[in-house]
Write a protein that binds this ligand. Structure first.
Ligand SMILES: [Zn+2]
Length: 417
């Protein structure tokens, strides 16, 4: 069936490049983009038009790193660096997800809040609990979120309440994989980070990843204390990334969150393998990790996307994550002279860069299922002069929240509005 959206269309077909179409037409065939047109094509005359008037039609957002259970502690416990923060605040909260009623309530709220903020694709950590992970996947599917969710593996350094044996971790991962049967939410293997996983467990996960052709997500070079600890735990590895690489977990589509302190060699290893670096600017400042050299990663050919990293990050909304990334890059610029991220670059990293991980093209590309949001700017201050569409995008990214979204489309379906 042909459907048509009309409005002010702004998308990012390349890093740093915007394409805008004033009062243009986005033509869909069964939810899949056929094309963008300045005037309605004659062949579409009889198709229904969803006319959004002066509203902005933007790409929806992809949050490529967040911890679902930590949404319960968002906005709290920001006074400690990573390792103390995990032990003091995070692990006790994650242990709570053994309670499936609590997990259901918590994850239903998270899924609804993601869609309300225009995030339609995610790469997400659950906890080590298999059944709560399945509940998370079910709630995301129901709300219209798409992407990857991982049952977390951790067989060391989790304390009394948040740790599996190696055998349990493998057996529960297999049980979880058997029960994943969701249309839009797929499993991704998730060793929490090297300090949480023994070599034996990592080796087993590498084998499962190869046998079942699964992608992998984890953390890398977030914090200097963490990196020193990894060095002590894995004296045979010269650099952090090698603790994943030696078990077959370092490969195309592996997602590594943070990469704040990666050496040049580690950055080049990411580019060569096709590893995705996920920049989490708000989290990196909140828990005192540092400021990632995003410009340098991009120049060295590393694929980069953005993550909220809830709850190290305190903002679930990706417009806030995008603007936090721009601000962080300006701090880096003031410190080192490295060029900061522009608004079109931030928009690309928070949208297209993430969507491409899932096989999508650049921007609103023909052949892709539609992932889009419609922004109503009527709550914003009246401007002193008429604004261009690129100015309106900048203002929307800095000002918008869930109150300003008139509609959300995910995988070709209208899921809000
Ligand atoms: Zn994280």
């Amino acid at each position: 069936m042909t459907t048509i959206l009309r409005g002010n269309i702004i998308h990012a077909p390349a890093l740093g490049r915007l394409e805008t179409l004033e009062r243009g037409y986005l033509v869909l065939e069964d939810g899949v983009i056929r094309g963008l047109y300045p005037a309605l094509p004659a062949a579409c005359r009889n198709a229904p038009v969803e006319d959004y008037g002066e509203n902005l039609i933007l790409q929806s957002f992809a949050d490529m790193h967040l911890h679902a259970p930590q949404y319960a502690m968002v906005g709290m416990g920001m006074d400690l660096p990573l390792l103390d923060w995990l032990n003091t605040y995070t692990f006790p909260v994650e242990a709570r997800y053994a309670d499936l009623d609590y997990a259901r309530r918590s994850y239903r709220k998270l899924a609804a809040d993601l869609i309300a903020r225009g995030t339609t694709r995610v790469a997400m950590f659950s906890t080590l609990h298999t059944d709560a992970t399945l509940i998370l996947m079910e709630e995301l599917e129901r709300a219209g979120v798409t992407g990857y969710v991982g049952k977390v593996n951790m067989d060391r350094n989790g304390g009394e309440k948040l740790q599996e044996t190696t055998d349990e971790s493998v057996a529960e991962t297999l049980r979880w994989l058997e029960q994943c049967c969701f249309e839009h939410i797929k499993p991704i293997l998730t060793p929490r980070f090297t300090p949480s996983c023994t070599d034996t467990l990592m080796e087993q996960l590498g084998r499962i990843a190869a046998e079942r052709r699964l992608y992998v997500q984890s953390h890398l070079s977030e914090n200097t204390g963490e990196m020193d600890w990894v060095g002590e735990l894995c004296p045979d590895c010269g650099e952090y990334w090698e603790t994943y690489a030696k078990h077959g977990l370092w490969k195309s589509h592996t997602i590594m969150a943070h990469c704040v302190h990666s050496s040049e060699r580690e950055q080049r290893a990411m580019a060569e393998a096709g590893v995705l670096a996920v920049h989490c600017a708000d989290s990196n400042v909140n828990i005192l990790s540092g400021t990632a050299p995003v410009r340098q990663l991009l120049e060295r050919g590393v694929r980069v996307a953005l993550g909220s990293d809830v709850a190290g990050g305190a903002q679930l909304g990706m417009p806030q994550v995008i603007t936090a990334s721009i601000r962080a890059s300006k701090v880096k610029c003031m410190e080192t002279g490295m060029p900061f991220l522009t608004v079109p670059e931030g928009y690309y990293l928070g949208t297209t860069a993430g969507h491409r991980y899932f096989g999508a093209g650049e921007g609103f590309a023909a052949g892709d299922a539609l992932h889009a949001v419609v922004v109503d700017e009527s709550r914003f201050p009246e401007p002193a002069r008429p604004l261009s569409l690129s100015e309106r995008l900048e203002r929307a990214l800095y000002l918008m929240d869930d109150r300003d979204l008139r509609a959300v489309y995910s995988e070709g379906r209208k899921v809000l509005g």
